[in-house]
Ligand binder design. Structure first.
Ligand code: ADP
Length: 161
């Protein structure tokens, strides 16, 4: 029987409990999940690729079926390279939906075999984004219940510099 693999791509700058929830739910449907960090995202990232890899590996260190990797350039080229044509993404609201719809059509044009699975956010994560967490910590707040403690620690260290 072949191994069912899916890629969860994103910037994860930094990873939030919303991301973790989507990845853990995707895990139930597949034998292996590859969390793929986009290196050259159009977003201005606060963490380097290595820092994002380190945080995600720490978060999923007990999950043998979750691998953390990064990619440069087009996501479709990465999917082809590793021979995986299933992507999992999360949706929080209509603007996520519109963005995902456009991205899916563009990516499918480049790689017709590619398929997308969308998981709806769970209520307690619907307001969560990497940028909200960065802002909360920057303003001296706490992100308890929004991200893994390693993420809060790394954000505080980063913002001190
Ligand atoms: P990207 O820059 O590719 O959108 P992100 O790191 O912002 O990368 O998000 C990666 C994926 O996680 C996307 O599918 C996004 O919609 C999803 N996601 C982010 N935050 C949440 C959340 N709170 N609940 C559910 N899905 C989320």
């Amino acid at each position: 029987m072949s191994t069912k693999i899916a890629i969860c791509p994103g910037s994860f700058d930094p990873p939030t409990d919303g991301h973790i929830n989507i990845i853990k739910r995707a895990r139930k449907q597949f034998d292996k999940i590859i969390v793929a960090i986009a290196k050259n995202t159009s977003k201005n990232t606060i963490f380097t690729t290595e820092e994002r890899i380190e945080m995600l590996r720490e978060i999923f260190k007990k999950c043998k079926d979750i691998e953390v990797d990064s990619f440069d350039g087009l996501l479709v080229d990465y999917c082809r390279k590793i021979g995986c044509h299933t992507l999992v993404r999360g949706i929080r609201n209509m603007s996520d939906y519109e963005y995902e719809f456009q991205m899916a059509l563009a990516n499918k044009t480049l790689y017709p075999e590619l398929e997308f699975i969308y998981l709806m956010t769970e209520g307690q994560y619907s307001h969560l984004s990497s940028s909200i967490i960065k802002e909360l910590i920057m303003l001296g707040g706490t992100s308890a219940g929004m991200c893994h403690p390693i993420v809060e620690k790394k954000l505080k260290e980063k913002l001190k510099k």
